[in-house]
Write a protein that binds this ligand. Structure first.
Ligand code: ADP
Length: 497
């Protein structure tokens, strides 16, 4: 139980689990936008608030600036200071009020960079050489927000509009506190953190529910496959929730179907093998029994029955030999003993071996080779192919018939063709002749020693050479088997029959 839990946890952490991925994606899809919105809103508020504060203060300073000019503030002569109607003290009080209101400091600097008024009363009379002030005299006023130290600094020109060109006669260097903005920001931030935490809880819950819900159909696929695996069900499974699960299940059902077909054909093969092996045994048993029941059976009868028993044993032997060849071919499907050999020489040798059998049936065997052919093949397997085809052409021939063997090649493949003037194969049997133990006429085939395995072996050997076998046959007229095999074992061409 704990082992399973840890295995599951490891799978989730290694991110190979779809469930973990969906969980993380939903989490990220909820969390990242909420963070962006939160910081976006706070930043926007801060920028907007600072700008508003700057423009309010600038406006008020401009008004004070106008009062300064109209009062001739920079003129030190006492009679001049009362000309505008507002006294210097009133202006100083205005400046004081601004600095109190905005928790800041205002310094008035005249054209000789001397501080004429400082609301902090620290720098009055001192000369100030600062880049911002000089720039302001040149007409470039600035405002600067220092977030870390919590203040806004700005320069405001004092323009004398009595001169046509609007001469800058002084500069106000102001720094005000941004604490009010920061305090509001703090409150907003706290509220947004609470909101975001709530959202995270909701998002995590949603991510968990979604990850479980969305992966449920895949779990159902696994469960259904496990049931089939455990043998509780051999029905086709169905999980149509998603197109993807439907595809997986379709592929699995096809595999299941193939396995069932294989299983059936294996069962059928075993049944056929037992039946084929039992037939000669039954023959032997009958012969032996009838000898045993006859007390004084003559020696000739013994001899005759013994000959029959020997031929049944030969037959049994033949079936077992063919079966072993077939099984070996299946087992060692990948093992090919490839060598470059002369196909003409091999064909001549095989025909030489088979001619005595043909002669017995008075069948003429002719060999026609269009050109010498050398190919990379497995000699033993190619011998099986050629021998089976020529042997069949002789076996299923008429008296005084003929067998024609032709060999030809193009630049890629060689063709081995065996035609005969024999019995031919009925059309409906043509698709079955490569099946194991299939025989068109069982009793006839038995008579002439056929096992029904020859063409199955032949086809298997042809496919191992990545070749193809085809047949044309007319019942009662004859058959023509054509085998096409690549000249080179590494050649790219392959065929299916
Ligand atoms: P068998 O050992 O019985 O010959 P095969 O697998 O070689 O088995 O052949 C399967 C069946 O195909 C044979 O029983 C026979 O009926 C038919 N057959 C094969 N070759 C020929 C042929 N050249 N002419 C007529 N029938 C053939």
């Amino acid at each position: 139980m704990t082992e399973k839990f840890f295995r599951e946890l490891k799978r989730l952490l290694s991110l190979r689990s779809l469930q973990a991925r969906i969980f993380l994606i939903v989490l990220a899809a909820g969390f990242i936008p909420s963070m962006i919105v939160r910081y976006g809103i706070l930043d926007n508020y801060e920028e907007h608030s600072v700008q508003q504060r700057i423009s309010t203060v600038q406006n008020q300073l401009m008004i004070v600036g106008n009062h300064l000019i109209s009062n001739n503030y920079f003129n030190t002569k006492p009679e001049a200071s009362v000309r505008g109607g507002v006294s210097k003290e009133v202006i100083n009080a205005e400046l004081e009020m601004i600095s109190n209101l905005y928790e800041g400091r205002v310094m008035i600097i005249d054209s000789s960079l001397r501080v004429v008024r400082d609301t902090y009363d620290i720098s009055e009379g001192k000369t100030i050489i600062s880049e911002e002030v000089i720039r302001c005299f040149q007409g470039q006023s600035m405002s600067n927000y220092d977030r870390d130290h919590g203040y806004i600094e700005m320069t405001t020109p004092i323009i004398d509009n009595s001169v046509n060109t609007g001469e800058i006669v002084g500069v106000m260097l102001t720094s005000i506190s941004s604490d009010a903005t920061m305090a509001t920001l703090e409150v907003l931030n706290r509220k947004s953190v609470i909101l975001q935490n709530l959202m995270i809880v909701v998002i995590v819950a949603m991510a968990m529910v979604l990850s479980v819900m969305l992966t449920r159909p895949f779990n159902r696929v696994t469960e259904a496959i496990n049931e089939v695996k455990a043998g509780y069900s051999d029905e086709s499974i169905s999980v149509p929730d998603y197109a993807e699960t439907a595809h997986i299940v379709d592929a699995f059902n096809q595999l299941l179907q193939r396995m069932r077909t294989l299983d059936n054909s294996r069962q059928e093969f075993v049944e056929n093998v037992s039946h084929e092996l039992k037939t000669p045994m039954a023959g032997i048993k009958v012969l032996a029994d009838s000898l045993l029941t006859q007390r004084d059976a003559p020696a000739e009868l013994y001899r005759e029955f013994m000959e029959d028993i020997a031929s049944e044993i030969d037959r049994e032997n033949q079936i077992i030999t063919d079966l072993l060849v077939l099984v070996k071919m299946d087992k060692k499907a990948q093992e090919m003993n490839i060598a470059s050999i002369s196909i003409n020489d091999l064909a001549e040798l095989i025909l030489k071996r088979l001619r005595p059998i043909a002669r017995k049936k008075d069948v003429e065997v002719v060999f026609e080779s269009v050109r010498p052919v050398v190919a990379e093949v497995d000699e033993v397997k190619l011998t099986l192919i050629m021998t089976n085809l020529v042997e069949n052409a002789i076996k299923y021939n008429k008296e005084h018939g003929w067998v024609k063997v032709e060999l030809d090649a193009d630049h890629q493949c060689f063709t081995f063709k065996v035609s005969d003037s024999g019995l031919g194969i009925p059309e409906d049997a043509l698709t079955h002749i490569y099946e194991r133990f299939y025989r068109v006429d069982k009793s006839h085939s038995r008579e002439i020693g056929g096992t029904g395995l020859g063409l199955a072996i032949t086809k298997s050997a042809v496919l191992m050479h990545r070749g193809a076998i085809t047949v044309n046959s007319v019942e009662g007229e004859g058959s023509c088997f054509t085998v096409k095999i690549p000249l080179s074992s590494t050649g790219g061409s392959s065929y299916s029959s």
